[in-house]
Design a protein around this ligand. Structure first.
Ligand SMILES: Cc1cc2nc3c(=O)[nH]c(=O)nc-3n(C[C@H](O)[C@H](O)[C@H](O)COP(=O)(O)OP(=O)(O)OC[C@H]3O[C@@H](n4cnc5c(N)ncnc54)[C@H](O)[C@@H]3O)c2cc1C
Length: 628
């Protein structure tokens, strides 16, 4: 065994490694190969998560050239095939059915570490291929080392290619003991260390690490079993992501079929967004769209799902082309993620004469959401049991965890971990579990469908802007959609078809005369939060806000000024508020949820985790009332 595999804590659920300076992926491939070589060795960790922070990773072409002589050609090919557009994100690349994950953070080391939520067993501080060399980041060395200390698991090992006095001092301050060498480590490393903070030596192991409640795993659950309420996109994606973490789930659905409510349209689209500030929404949507692309690709290639990842156009109605191009250059967004096209180029791509410039998302597209939901369950096969026609009436906490009750008060099932993926009905169940912590608005949406031959054009790609048009599916095109707040009418309305037709004419700039009676349609509801972001994570214990000690005795009570510090109800998670972007958000949302449940590194930056944290509403409310 080499140093990489020796570093694995024997028989642990997962080994987490972190490297600064990914280079050409040699360390990752070596670690992956060592993990594979350990095969059925009971000492091997069941999962390998390798986190790499690299400000300028190689492009696909550079990586391809570098990996040509790799000693691990199969792994090199798989890495190359999964290589993402190099947007400033935390990218999740998944291999060996999710048991090996590479989290690639495209950022400078100093900022990259601060945004990670993980517990790391093995660090390599290597020089980034480009960007700031370790020796040149002396000024913030202490800051960097504190971040390492925050990420380090007890006993974590560290090797660095620099042994600068600043790094040495910083590591010591952060709780690392610096050694002359580490057993099995190669001669390349200039500095070796172990995380054994002096201040925690006198404490019991369980008391040594103080993670914020939202950053802590669910209570240890030897069965690794969860109950998921709802089999729409959220529930089915959650089952898949939990299966990748080695969990077994029962999914309980009140309807006879999966994806019969919000996720029941014949098709919908997915894509990222660009905004000049690159704020939380743009960054979350970008990360989500990249994960959605992989999920849809898998669904269409391997599960026979209708859909495409061949690109999408979003028409721009206010910005000029040069402003769009300047924005992309300033944000450093690469053309394999998004491009700004003039009207002529957009028209050529769309197959329709368009009068506006457009954002082109080469990896965006469309999919049948019900098919995508099915593909998630199929990918979780062996780890998931689906029970349809089962309505969860109430939720109650008992000694053994959570019990799900039917309308007669009979227990349907019980488990230590429950995930509420039941869209708007999650609010009702949560209200039973404590004071209200979640408010979502309901928006009625109607799509329209039409025989493709009735339109004077044929779109080659999905086109969106104000409204959207999808390419032909089984002889029909789908377009829409309307949006009406607080409207409970489930019928398909002719007036809404007219709205959709008018919107389609504005979108395409094309006039046509179509009788609304020719149209088909479907009505469903979106559940939307006030900040237009989803709700994903452990359910807060909102009693903490009601407890007067939280104001009068701040030293003994939890901090309530940031979502991550808010105490949680043990084992209760929620995944809802997917609004009008559930197709785009479900795969990433599920991975974030599953990582939180299983205590795995979370494939999303800390600030974005806070932005979707279910506790954010209570924190904001408390701030407004001066309670936090
Ligand atoms: C008209 C329209 C167009 C849209 N277009 C797009 C688009 O183009 N792109 C995009 O990304 N998104 C789009 N969306 C949004 C997307 O469809 C939703 O965000 C997504 O489907 C929500 O998934 P979900 O799993 O949260 O909810 P749902 O699909 O509604 O699933 C919730 C499930 O929970 C079940 N359930 C509820 N309560 C219980 C209970 N007590 N016990 C058991 N089961 C229960 C329900 O039966 C349901 O199956 C659109 C939505 C609408 C309405």
């Amino acid at each position: 065994m080499n140093a990489d595999s020796q570093a694995a804590p024997a028989g642990r659920e997962r080994i987490v490694m972190l490297q600064t300076g990914f280079g050409e992926g040699r360390r990752f491939l070596a670690a992956w190969q060592a993990w594979r070589d350990a095969g059925d060795d009971p000492q091997r960790s069941a999962r390998l998560v390798f986190i790499a922070i690299e400000p300028q990773p190689p492009t696909r072409t550079e990586l391809s050239a570098a990996l040509r002589t790799s000693p691990w050609p199969d792994l090199a090919r798989a890495l190359l095939a999964a290589w993402p557009p190099l947007t400033p994100n935390l990218h999740r690349l998944s291999f060996d059915a999710g048991r090996v994950q590479l989290l690639l953070r495209v950022a400078e080391v100093q900022t990259g570490e601060a945004e990670l939520v993980a517990s790391v067993d093995r660090f390599w501080l290597d020089e980034p291929a480009r960007g700031s060399a370790l020796d040149r980041i002396q000024a913030p060395a202490l800051h960097l080392c504190k971040a390492l200390g925050r990420l380090a698991a007890s006993g974590a090992l560290l090797s660095a290619s620099s042994a600068s006095p600043e790094l040495r001092a910083g590591l010591t301050t952060a709780g690392f003991s610096v050694h002359a060498s580490l057993p099995g480590d190669g001669p390349q490393a200039a500095l070796h260390a172990t995380f054994e903070p002096a201040f925690s030596q006198s404490l019991a192991p369980s008391a040594r690490r103080h993670r914020a409640p939202a950053r802590s795993a669910a209570p240890p659950n030897p069965n690794r079993r969860a109950l998921i309420i709802g089999a729409g996109l959220a529930g089915c994606a959650a089952a898949w992501a939990l299966a990748e973490q080695g969990w077994h789930c029962s999914v309980l659905e009140r309807r006879a079929q999966i994806a019969s409510e919000g996720s029941g349209n014949p098709a919908g689209l997915f894509h990222g967004i660009v905004n000049a500030q690159d704020g939380l929404h743009a960054r979350f949507n970008r990360a989500a769209a990249l994960e959605a692309q992989r999920a849809v690709q898998r669904a269409t290639d391997e599960h026979g799902v209708q859909g495409s990842t061949a690109g999408l156009l979003r028409l721009e109605s206010t910005l000029e082309l040069r402003v769009m191009q300047a924005t992309l250059a300033r944000l450093g967004l690469p053309p394999d993620y998004v491009q700004a096209l003039d009207a002529a180029a957009a028209s050529a791509r769309a197959g329709i004469a368009l009068a506006q410039p457009a954002w082109s998302y080469p990896g965006g597209g469309w999919v049948d959401p019900g098919g995508l939901a099915r593909s998630f369950l199929e990918r979780a096969a062996g780890h998931v049991a689906l029970r349809t026609g089962v309505k969860v009436h109430a939720l109650e906490r008992g000694a053994g965890g959570w019990r799900l009750l039917d309308a007669h008060g009979e227990v349907i099932d019980a488990a230590e971990v429950v995930v509420l993926a039941n869209a708007g009905d999650a609010m009702r169940l949560l209200a039973d579990a404590g004071p209200p912590m979640l408010t979502m608005a309901r928006s009625r949406g109607q799509i329209s469908t039409l025989p493709a031959a009735a339109l004077p054009f044929a779109a080659k790609l999905p086109i969106t802007g104000a409204g959207y048009l999808l390419p032909e599916l089984r002889g029909r095109v789908i377009f829409g959609a309307t949006s009406h707040a607080d409207d409970a009418d489930a019928s398909v309305r002719e007036a809404d078809h007219r709205l959709n037709l008018a919107q389609l004419q504005r979108l395409t700039g094309c006039q046509f005369d179509i009788d609304p009676e020719q149209l088909g349609g479907r009505t469903a509801w979106r559940w939307v939060t006030a900040d237009r972001l989803p709700v994903i994570g452990a359910v807060p214990d909102v009693q903490a806000f009601a407890d007067p000690r939280s104001r009068s005795a701040p030293r003994s009570s939890p901090r309530l000024d940031q979502p991550r510090f808010v105490p949680r109800l043990p084992g209760l998670f929620v995944f809802t508020g997917l609004g009008s972007r559930g197709i785009t958000w479900c795969a990433l949302g599920a991975q974030v949820l599953a990582a939180s449940v299983a205590g795995a590194p979370v494939p999303l930056e800390a600030r974005l985790i806070d932005a979707i944290d279910p506790a954010r509403f209570s924190v904001r409310r408390a701030r407004r009332c001066g309670a936090a």
